[in-house]
Design a protein around this ligand. Structure first.
Ligand code: PEP
Ligand code: MN
Length: 361
């Protein structure tokens, strides 16, 4: 931090500032120019909010010179990308293959989930999303199946060998939801729910932290700091569109957040083009843009019958559109040297082999 004094600040005003700092144990270096003085803070400020001094007599400005986020920053102590390793060795971030997370906005029924799982698994996808606790704008809208929805996710994901991504909204639910999922999602509305973020610092499961629709990148990284400083280093950022003056889409996809995050932070970042655009006809192009910009993966909503979905139908891909998106995305991912993680399902491979064996006999 540097405190810039006004031109013409009096000597008593300058001394008042330096004494104020030293009385709090903060080391300050004074630099007198021809007609202006600046005071540099050396070392830590011990939690004291120096920016609050901007209203003191004689102060022109308080300028921050180092980033306020420490653990999420790409710095000399942490220049390498964070790579998150899941139970079977699957990696997210760094130079690992780009991941695709796909599934319905909300878990609605076993049939809906199983059909979606089959579709995404045929395309080689390893991660299934599905909200069991839904943060809805209206209290009268479908709120999700709760723990019954999580049970369904668990059952279907085991059947199809899928990792589960699902959202937690309440601090008290964190331990239980961490048991049911492989990645715990924090929705955009809860990006600044600090008691919830603190709870996530206590678990060992990876956390996917969505950007608030009106949050700056700095605020987003500060939110990540709550989880990291609690001892959970497995944080994945998720860009999901921000609110701007542009009204043609639900939100404005901020693809530029990808290279900015890559420069500022070592954390993996994925992009959610479904919530960012709000319309299924724009999801595929934004998914390609995200991977081309260097994202570590994408997350999209897929539904067997989007027009009858209980939430976010307009942005949910049909199975056909999902397959089309995947075939286009594979080529972009290969072109930028971040091939997609697409693994055939063992059961599907086995059944193909059985058919081939029969044909050979
Ligand atoms: C979601 O991914 O289910 C969701 C509700 O998205 P967001 O928090 O970005 O609105
Ligand atoms: Mn949704």
């Amino acid at each position: 931090m540097i405190i810039v004094m006004q031109r013409g600040a009096t000597e008593p005003q300058i001394q008042h500032i330096t004494k104020h700092l030293s009385s709090r144990g903060i080391r300050a270096e004074r630099l007198d120019g021809h007609d202006q003085t600046v005071i540099g803070i050396v070392g830590a400020s011990g939690g004291y909010d120096i920016s609050a001094m901007s209203a003191m007599p004689g102060v022109q400005d308080v300028v921050r010179v180092s980033s306020p986020y420490r653990l999420s920053a790409r710095s000399s102590g942490h220049s390498e990308d964070t790579v998150i390793t899941l139970s079977d060795g699957t990696r997210i971030g760094g130079d690992a293959p780009s991941i695709v997370i796909a599934g319905p906005c909300a878990v609605e029924s076993e049939d809906q989930l199983r059909r979606t799982a089959e579709c995404i698994r045929k395309a080689g996808v390893r991660f299934m999303r599905g909200g069991a606790f839904k943060p809805r704008t209206s209290p009268y809208s479908f709120q999700g199946l709760g723990f019954d929805g999580l049970e369904l996710l668990k059952k279907v994901s085991e059947e199809f060998d899928l990792f589960i991504v699902s959202e937690v909204m309440e601090p008290a639910h964190v331990p239980a939801i961490a048991e049911f999922t492989d990645i715990v999602q924090i929705g955009s509305r809860n990006m600044q729910n600090y008691p919830l973020l603190r709870q996530l610092g206590n678990i060992r499961k990876p956390v996917m932290l969505k950007r608030g629709p009106a949050a700056t990148i700095e605020e987003w990284l500060m939110a990540a700091e709550y989880i990291l400083s609690g001892g959970n280093e497995k944080v994945i950022l998720c860009e999901r569109g921000i609110r701007t003056f542009e009204s043609s889409l639900r939100f404005t996809p901020d693809i530029s957040a990808v290279p900015v995050i890559k420069q500022l932070s070592h954390l993996p970042i994925i992009v959610d083009p479904s919530h960012a655009t709000g319309r299924r006809d724009f999801v595929s192009s934004m998914a390609r843009a995200a991977i081309a910009a260097g994202a570590d993966g994408i997350m999209v909503e897929v539904h067997p019958d989007p027009d009858r979905a209980l939430s976010d139908g307009a942005q949910s891909l049909t199975f056909e559109l999902f397959e089309e998106m995947m075939s286009e995305l594979v080529r972009v991912a290969d072109a930028v040297n971040r091939p997609l993680l697409v693994e055939p399902h063992k059961r599907i491979v086995d059944s193909i082999e059985r058919i081939m064996d029969k044909a050979r006999q």
